[in-house]
Design a protein around this ligand. Structure first.
Ligand code: BES
Ligand code: ZN
Length: 845
């Protein structure tokens, strides 16, 4: 029972928990945190505890009784009070506007370990229980929970709402939302009621998510061959929300931009991310909620699988989005993080509640999803799906660990799944496969790849795939040893004559590894790229591998530039999105490594990106594809960042028209950010009209995405005063705490010193204001902007007395990145013939 007071921002409540005492004990040990429990109310059956002790750092409550407890089931009862906090965790308040007045709503966010902030409970995923909730709230408000309302009784301004009992579920999935909302409604083929709740007046913007939601429930029911077990599913947009979305059983919560889509004011990339987010959270209704990880060590089962299967779902709803090609973004992000010494295994040991938050990272999500894709492509889609369905049935309403999944897959397919997958989930890192041509063979050798140029001792069972000369002659085998060889046949093309010979390993990037080719194979591959023989996915893998090898100084910077040059004329969104990642990083490192050459290198990068950008122009074309609509802002933004004068001027021109006529067709939602960024290139403390105009848009706009687009660029400038003014907005009510990271991400390398000083000066305030994962954003965005060992030492010293368990790992990773950049820059500085290569490429027609 919970009674939130939305004016005083407090709540009171009581629990009655049925506990089975299975062995003699005098103690009950459960979780509770920041709750004031009424000691005299505590009873186990008729017994009163003689000791009540809180261990605040552990979120643990110990009840000691005078005598041993009777064996068997008993009821534990207590009353308690708490505060509806502002930290977006536990039971918290979020603010919204209604009829020009500010109002509070009460919301829960329990994952990972914050149910204990709302009511005393056994707050671990394996302690599943049936929940029966009662809420006492103002009569005019919408009050939602996991289950439908069983009955409601009204006493004037107050109503008591009783919800139906839930099936067995973990505490982190319990949810409550109390506030003013309206909704749109749909129905699955099996008759499950689905609703999307929004702020009053915005329910139209919930229609897209509703459609994806209904389709997702239909698809997953078939994929897992298991019905959705609850009578209803609600999805709610919450104005203050720490994560992107949360899969609470039957009551999924979202930050507004992750759920709402407005035909007039939202961009194509926002449409796509709403679809992915909804598909991800609804996948959890099976994978996570119905079958739950046994302990946080297996979090990746939840997040990796939901990430993977959300792509499967979205690919089936929107085949034209090429979402599996875009998925390589996840794979390359994970490969990047996992090449650090400070990475961690997918299955990571968790000893304390405070360690859980930081494993919601690219290893659990993106490496997790990538190794599932690797396994699925090794086993085949059909066999894989069948096995997943039987796993789901075997562990429904219960818990499972990683090995349980492997056991089912192994039994269903007869393949050595456990041995294979254990090498990927129990050790951190991944291999680089060195491929060398020797006569008619290709010799391959695996070695752990680390970005700092060293090599670790890991060994993997690697599903090797190779294509040669064409895509219909693929080969597959498992590399179990350090070294092995593959025979290349005549279908690879004629080596002697050169020209049509090529071979590529890790076809379509399904494997979680990199490949380093010898000179002959590399030249053949570059030739295959330039003669348009490679698939989109292989184009991405080829550039990302060489990029990483160049950072590790296993390949020259010049060879990276030469390969990149082979991508001029590329027109695909996903490929160019990767090229953009690489060019951004190159522009940054070359400014530090070779200032004299940095200008020329920028010109070269512009040369690579300019022709597809000119083809697309600023104006959308009728009937163009979703991917082209997303490509346009990608390229325009990249050109603006690289300082391309013509693009900047055009952006400023369009912005000026936009400020006079906000409805102008010259600046639709998709290209606005590029124009905003162009404006920021010229503003300074003495010439701030553009900046003021942007701030005005931020203040006045009612549309979530437009506001965030402005927020994302306000710190993107070189002027010290402006950057500081923007960063300080973080401490004002103009920027919700949930959005601070968006401002931080805009900081450019040119502003790193100012930003770092700002961070140091404000650290006390920052660490007081931002809880949990939100604080890591400050470290993660500012620290990696540096590229010198001296700076790494200084930063490390600053944090030596200021670390907290919550961001230790992130700090380590960020510092390692700084040292890696420093080493990369050093290598570039001393690379002979680099200037020559740059000039040569610039001079090419
Ligand atoms: N279970 C997470 C939400 C979460 C994240 C809870 C971190 C606690 C800590 C949810 O399923 C999720 O993964 N949300 C993602 C969005 C998704 C599309 C990748 C998020 O919040 O970014
Ligand atoms: Zn998730």
């Amino acid at each position: 029972f919970l009674r939130p007071d939305l004016v005083a921002c407090t709540f009171s409540g009581s629990v009655a928990i049925s506990v089975a005492v299975s062995a003699p004990t005098r103690f009950l040990v459960l979780n509770a945190l920041d709750l004031s429990v009424n000691r005299t109310s505590i009873r186990f059956q008729a017994l009163e505890p003689t000791e009540v002790v809180f261990f605040k750092d552990d979120g643990v409550l110990v009840l000691g009784f005078a005598k041993q407890l009777p064996l068997g089931e008993g009821l534990l009862k207590m009353d308690f009070n708490g505060i509806l906090n502002d930290q977006m965790r536990g039971f918290y308040r979020s603010k919204y506007q209604y009829k020009g007045k500010e109002r509070n709503m009460a919301v829960t966010q329990f994952e990972s370990v914050d149910a204990r902030r709302c009511f005393p409970c056994w707050d671990e995923p394996a302690f599943k229980a049936k929940f029966k909730l009662t809420l006492e709230v103002p009569s005019e408000l919408v009050a939602l929970s996991n289950m439908p309302v069983g009955n409601a009784t009204f006493a004037g301004p107050i109503k008591t709402v009783r919800y139906l009992e839930s099936p067995p579920m973990s505490t982190y999935l319990v949810a409550i939302v109390v506030g003013l909302f309206e909704y749109v409604e749909g129905m699955t083929t099996k008759g499950t009621r689905v609703r999307v709740y929004t702020q009053i007046g915005k329910s139209n913007q919930g229609k897209f998510a509703l459609d994806v939601g209904v389709k997702s429930l239909n698809l997953y029911k078939d994929y897992f061959d298991t019905p959705f077990p609850l009578p209803k599913l609600d999805m709610v947009a919450i104005p203050d929300f720490a994560a992107g979305a949360m899969e609470n059983y039957g009551l999924v919560t979202y930050r507004e931009v992750a759920l709402l889509f407005d035909d007039k004011s939202s961009s194509a990339s926002s449409r796509q991310s709403v679809a992915i987010t909804v598909a991800h959270e609804l996948a959890h209704q099976w994978f996570g909620n119905l079958v739950t990880m046994e302990w946080w060590t297996h979090l990746w089962l939840n997040e990796g699988f939901a990430t993977w299967v959300s792509h499967l779902a979205v690919d089936s709803f929107f085949p034209q989005w090429n979402i599996w090609t875009q998925f390589l973004d996840s794979t390359t992000t994970a490969l990047r993080l996992d090449s650090l010494e400070a990475s961690h295994p997918i299955e990571v040991e968790i000893h304390h509640a405070s360690e859980v938050d930081q494993i919601f990272d690219a290893i659990s999500y993106d490496k997790g999803a990538s190794v599932i894709r690797m396994l699925q492509s090794y086993l085949g889609a059909e066999r894989f799906q069948k096995a997943m369905a039987s796993y789901m049935k075997k562990y429904a309403f219960s818990n499972a660990k990683t090995e349980d999944l492997w056991a089912v897959l192994e039994k269903e397919t007869g393949e050595p799944v456990k041995d294979l997958m254990t090498t990927w989930t129990k050790q951190k890192g991944y291999p680089v496969i060195n491929a060398k041509i020797k006569g008619d063979d290709i010799e391959i050798e695996q070695a752990q790849f680390l970005l700092d140029g060293s090599s670790g001792s890991g060994m993997w069972i690697v599903p090797i795939t190779s294509g040669c000369g064409a895509y219909d002659t693929q080969k597959k085998f498992l590399l179990k040893l350090k070294r092995d060889k593959m025979v290349i046949g005549s279908q690879c093309g004629d080596r002697k004559k050169g020209g049509n010979f090529w071979t590529k390993l890790n076809i379509n990037g399904t494997g979680f590894y990199r490949v380093k080719y010898d000179d002959e194979l590399a030249a053949a591959l570059q030739n295959a790229l330039e003669t348009k023989k490679l698939s989109l996915m292989d184009k991405i893998g080829t550039v990302d591998d060489l990029y990483a090898l160049s950072i590790a100084r296993q390949q020259t910077f010049a060879s990276l530039l030469r390969l990149l040059y082979g991508y001029r004329g590329e027109a695909d969104y996903s490929v160019l999105s990767h090229i953009n990642t690489v060019t951004t990083s190159i522009a940054k490192v070359s400014a530090d490594a070779t200032p004299a050459l940095a200008g020329d290198i920028k010109q070269l990068l512009i040369k690579i990106l300019l022709s597809p950008a000119e083809k697309l122009g600023w104006d959308p074309k009728k009937g163009e594809s979703h991917l082209d609509v997303m490509l346009r802002p990608l390229l325009l933004t990249a050109l603006v960042q690289l300082g391309h004068g013509k693009t900047i001027n055009e952006g400023v021109r369009r912005f000026n028209i936009f400020t006079r006529d906000r409805g102008t067709s010259l600046l639709p939602p998709d290209t606005r950010k590029a124009a905003y960024l162009a404006v920021m290139q010229n503003v300074s403390s003495s010439n701030r009209s553009g900046y003021d105009a942007l701030r005005k848009i931020y203040k006045e706009s009612a549309e979530g995405e437009e506001r965030l687009q402005v927020l994302g660029i306000l710190s993107s400038c070189r002027d010290k005063g402006i950057v500081l003014e923007s960063l300080n907005l973080i401490f004002t009510s103009e920027v919700r705490n949930q959005d601070a990271y968006i401002l931080l991400r805009g900081i450019q390398p040119e502003a790193r010193e100012i930003s770092w000083n700002w961070l140091k000066e404000n650290w006390e305030l920052i660490s007081k204001t931002f809880a949990g994962s939100l604080i890591t954003d400050f470290v993660e965005t500012i620290v990696p902007l540096f590229t010198s060992n001296e700076k790494a030492a200084e930063i490390s010293k600053f944090f030596a007395t200021r670390t907290k368990p919550g961001f230790e790992r992130t700090l380590k990773q960020s510092l390692e990145n700084v040292r890696i950049s420093a080493r990369w820059a050093e290598g570039i500085r001393s690379e002979p013939g680099l200037a020559q290569t740059v000039r040569e490429l610039l001079a090419k027609p």
